[in-house]
Design a binder for this molecule. Structure first.
Ligand code: ZN
Length: 326
């Protein structure tokens, strides 16, 4: 119970990508040495997570410049690849979108060869992809474009599951922005992405800071009816009332207990307190403590220490629960 995991990516080493950029940080390694450098960064990322004691690990997206574009780069029909440096704001869909390269499967194989822990792979969700591309080819509505991407994501998820992914997580930050679209087609698109026999599946939904605090109350009941196994929510920085988690109690809840917006490292006691609040609504077996969101904005020392605090906080609560049983 209370196994720990990662919600998103972690900061890259400065020798791999320019740390002055949080989004689309340029590689600082020449192209002919990039693959080797990324391999080394993944090895370090796995070692950092294992050293901290994280139970379900990821390659921390060390090979991607951006969490959406990592998926789009492998597709024929989008303008990513070499041209995207000058088109950072938006990727354009200019031809039939088809699956292309097995890049992510190869990346998973590498990660699995370098850790014995269960491995998670993250993919952008269909709604978030639609929100970040400019459709110049299909010229249809957003829903049909989302369904196209959902079908591609589903094939990718099946490939990754067949290649040994233990968890596949879809990131849908847009689920808390366009609540009407979530109801209209976002959930349906997600279900298409999740179809068929797969491994454990998760969805991460960000918290929209500054917007009235009703989002999880609307999205969690909808997600509770889907086939997704795990729901990842941000509960540290948002200060959201843990009572809303009752809506997701029949799913695994990936509980954000680490604030990714500050360098300051939480004490294990504070982490334990955040976990304990959620325990009133979700069983310990279903609760997976993790950072709120991606730790990319943080320095590497802060990110590492936050992972340690996460693990120590979970351990404290586990100890309390075991003592209470005796
Ligand atoms: Zn998030």
């Amino acid at each position: 119970m209370l196994r720990t995991t990662i919600a998103g990516s972690l900061p890259k080493p400065a020798w791999l990508a320019d740390p002055r950029f949080q989004l689309f940080a340029p590689w600082v390694v020449p192209p002919d040495r990039l693959r080797e450098a990324q391999d080394d960064a993944v090895r370090l990322a796995l070692a950092d997570q294992e050293e901290a004691g994280i139970d379900i690990v990821t390659d921390e997206e060390q090979r991607r410049r951006h969490y959406i574009w990592g998926f789009l780069e492998g597709l024929r029909g989008s303008t990513l690849g070499r041209r995207y440096v000058r088109e950072q704001a938006v990727a354009r869909v200019v031809a039939e979108v088809t699956r292309l390269e097995p890049v992510m499967v190869e990346a998973l194989a590498f990660a699995k060869a370098h850790t014995r822990r269960p491995a998670k792979v993250t993919l952008p969700g269909p709604m978030t992809i639609v929100d970040s591309v400019l459709d110049e080819y299909y010229r249809g509505d957003e829903k049909s474009l989302a369904m196209r991407f959902a079908a591609l994501l589903n094939r990718k998820a099946r490939d990754l599951a067949a290649a040994g992914a233990d968890v596949i997580q879809f990131d849908e930050p847009c689920f808390n922005i366009y609540l009407d679209k979530v109801r209209a087609w976002g959930i349906e698109a997600l279900e298409v992405a999740l179809e068929g026999r797969c491994c454990t599946t998760a969805i991460h939904i960000c918290y929209s800071y500054g917007i009235p605090r009703v989002q999880y109350a609307l999205t969690l009941p909808l997600l509770a009816k889907t086939r997704v196994h795990q729901v990842s929510v941000e509960c540290a920085a948002s200060g959201v009332d843990a009572a809303v988690l009752a809506e997701a109690r029949h799913k695994d809840v990936l509980l954000g207990v680490i604030d990714v917006g500050t360098e300051e490292v939480e004490s294990p006691d504070l982490v334990a307190e955040r976990i304990s609040k959620a325990l009133a609504y979700v069983a310990a077996e279903r609760l997976f403590p993790c950072p709120d969101c991606e730790l990319v904005p943080r320095s590497r020392p802060s990110a590492r220490r936050k992972l340690k605090a996460l693990v120590e906080g979970a351990r404290l609560v586990r100890g309390q629960l075991e003592a209470a049983k005796r």
